[in-house]
Write a protein that binds this ligand. Sequence first.
Ligand code: ADP
Ligand code: MG
Length: 478
Amino acid sequence: MGKKHVEVWEKCLTVIRDNVPYQSYKTWFEPIVPVSLDENILTLQVPSQFFYEWLEEHYITLLKKTIKKELGKEGRLEYSVIIDSSYNDAKPLSVHYPTSDRKATKNKSVSMPIDLNRGKSRDIPNPFIIPGLKKIKVDSQLVDTYSFDNFVEGDCNRLARSAGWAIAENPGKTAFNPLLIYSQVGLGKTHLAHAIGLQVKSNDPDKIVLYVKANEFINQYIDSVRNNNQNDFIHFYQMIDVLILDDIQFLAGKEKSQDVFFHVFNHLHQNNKQIVLTSDKPPVELKGMEPRLLSRFKWGLAADLQVPDLETRISILKKKLYKDGIEMPDEVVEYLAFSITTNIREMEGALISILAQATLNKKAITLELAKQMIDKFVKSTTREISIDYIQKVVCDYFSMPIDLINSKTRKREIVQARQLAMFFAKKHTKSSLATIGLHCGNKDHATVLHACRTVNNLLETDKQFRVYVEDIDKKLKL
Ligand code: ADP
Ligand code: MG
C-alpha cells in the first residue's frame, strides 16, 4: 500500500488550501492526519469528535468534491477520531476508531475519593461563601459585562466561542471537558470564561459556578495549609458544578497546588461537573506542569483565540461604544482598529484615553485627536503599518470602497489601486509576497511581483502617477 494515502491527501490539501481562508485551513485541515487508503476509502484521523462534527457541518461539500476528484466517483471518506472516552456522554459515532490511538479508558465505577456532603460544607470558612444563608450560596465571582452578548464573534474565536456556548448550555455533559481556552494576552480568554459561567447561571441559577484565578487558588490553598484546613478547601472545590480556573500557567512549578488541583479535577470530572481552564499557551508548551495533569487537560478540547481581523476589531469597538452610549465618528473607530492590531485590551485602552482626552479638554472626538493619542500609544509598542491600513489609505485616496480591492474586477483604476496596495505593502511591511497577494484580492506571489515592477516603471515614466505615489506614501507615514 505504501504511502499512497499521504500522497492522495497532499493532493486534496492543495485544492482545499485554495478554497478556504488561511486561518480556517490552519485550524481545520492542518491537524488532520491521513491514516490509510483502502480500495477507494480514504481514512483521515481527526483530533476530536467535535472536530469531526465541525468538518461535517462546514466542509463536507468541499471534502467530498476533492476526494471524488482524487479517487474518482467511488471515492469515499472515513474518519477516525482520536478519542479518549473519559467523558460519559460520548455519542456513538458512525465512524471507525483506531484501536492503537485509544488512550486508557477511564474507569467509570471509581468511587468518589471524598463523599460530598453539602450540609456539612456550610461551615467551610471559604472566602467565596456568603455566610448566613440557609442553602449554600457561592459567590461566583463573575463579572456581568463579560457576557456572550458582549463577546463579538469572528473567525478568530469561532471555535472557542461555540465550544464555550455548547458547554454553557450543557455543562459537564459534552465532550469538551475540560475546555481549555488559550491565547496571548488581551484576546478575550477571561471574557469568554466569564461568559460561560454567566450563561450557566442564567440557565440555572441553582448551579454552583465559581470563577477563580489560578494564583488565587494557589493562595487559598497555601492559607488552608497554614490554617490546617486543607480538607475544607478541597471539599469546597469539590462541590462546584462549573469550575473556571483562569490563567493556569501560574500553576507551573507549584507542585503542591497542582497536586491538590489534580484531586479536585478528578472528582469534578468523574461527577460530570464542568471544568473550564484558560492559559497563555497551548498545553504542549506549558512547562513545569505535571504530566498527569497535562494529560487530563487534553481530555477535552483545547481551543485558541487568534488575533481578530480588522472587521472584528471594528465590531468590538462599536459594540463597546454602543453599550456605553457613546458616539464616535466611524473614521475614528476605524483608525483605532487599523492602528492597534494585536491586543484587544490595548485597543480598548486607547479608546478610553481618547474619550478621556476629549472630555477633559472639552474637545470633539476627531480623527486628528485620535491620531495624536494613538501615536503616543502605539509608538511605544512599535507600530507596523498593516496591509489593511495600506489598503484603506490607498482606497480613501482614490475615493473607492475598500472591498473593490479584494474583488475580481479588472477595471483599470481598481487594478491600479490594487497594485499600489501591493507595492506599499512590500515597501512598508515585513509580509511575504505570498501573504501580500493573499490579502490583496487573493492573488499569488507572482502577481505581487508583477505589481511592484509595474509601479516602479510607472514611477519613472508617468509624472502624475509619481505624485499619487508620493501623496499616498506621506499619508501612510502620518
Ligand atoms: P485575556 O484574558 O485573553 O488576556 P481578556 O478576556 O481580559 O483577555 O480581554 C481583554 C479585553 O478585550 C476585555 O475587555 C474584553 O472584554 C475584550 N474582548 C476580548 N475579546 C472580545 C470579543 N470577542 N468581543 C468583545 N470584547 C472582547
Ligand atoms: Mg485573562
